[in-house]
Design a protein around this ligand. Sequence first.
Ligand code: SAH
Length: 262
Amino acid sequence: MAAVQQSDAPLASTTDEKPISNIVIVIAMQTGGTTLLSINFELIEDPNSPFPEGVPWVRYHGKFKGLNLNLIWPGKDPSSGVDSVGTISSALVTYAAIQSFKPDLIINAGTAGGFKARGASVGDIFIASDCAFHDRRIPIPVFDLYGVGSRKAFETPNLVKELNLKVAKLSTGDSLDMTPQDESSITANDATVKDMEGAAVAYVADLLKVPAIFVKAVTDIIDGDKPTAEEFLQNLAAVTSALDLAVEQVINFIDGKCISEL
Ligand code: SAH
């Protein structure tokens, strides 16, 4: 009994004090993202990924300085052929990647809509402080809170200071557009950025107790006058490059550090 207790306590702190070595980066779209990030970090696609046979999920991996990087992309939806964006695919790949690669840290990188009234501009890079859902309305006491599913991201005060990144709350839902009901939930969530994956990744990371951070680049202004889909597509390439650059800086910052130093 005593032996178990003795080895337990130091183990927990050693893990925190050991430099981070395994990172899982979850992205939703390949457009630029996968290709550029995988090229810049010289990651290679794993032809024998540990994922179930037949799933479209893709793993790119490689070593960068002291880090083992796993870039996970849910791939193309088998029936429609488009990127498998949204909460279901991102939750599934996050789960599978944690099971397979036992990461010290998860980075969910992606694009997002931003509210200019809350200080967002196209091309801004945000680190999410909190993630919550805006399209899971269950108006029954306590179930309502479960639906909103608000979770704190792993706090990275040194990283945001060093890289001069904006910090704000993120709201997630499975639609690119925004209904009036979504809008009031996003306001209730106090969110500046809106995406389709973050809170789902946060849910799985929280379940499996893996620290997770969220790097979101603004492709479109939700409270602006341009139609979201149009603005999104127009800015996607340029903003994805900015996102890739930010992720590279984040990874360079993380290299050699312990979780507690972020
Ligand atoms: N790949 C598709 C569309 C992707 S859906 C295409 O090329 O047309 C939008 C993706 O960007 C999602 O992964 C989502 O997380 C993010 N996103 C960008 N702007 C968003 C917004 N205003 N609302 C919700 N998600 C947004």
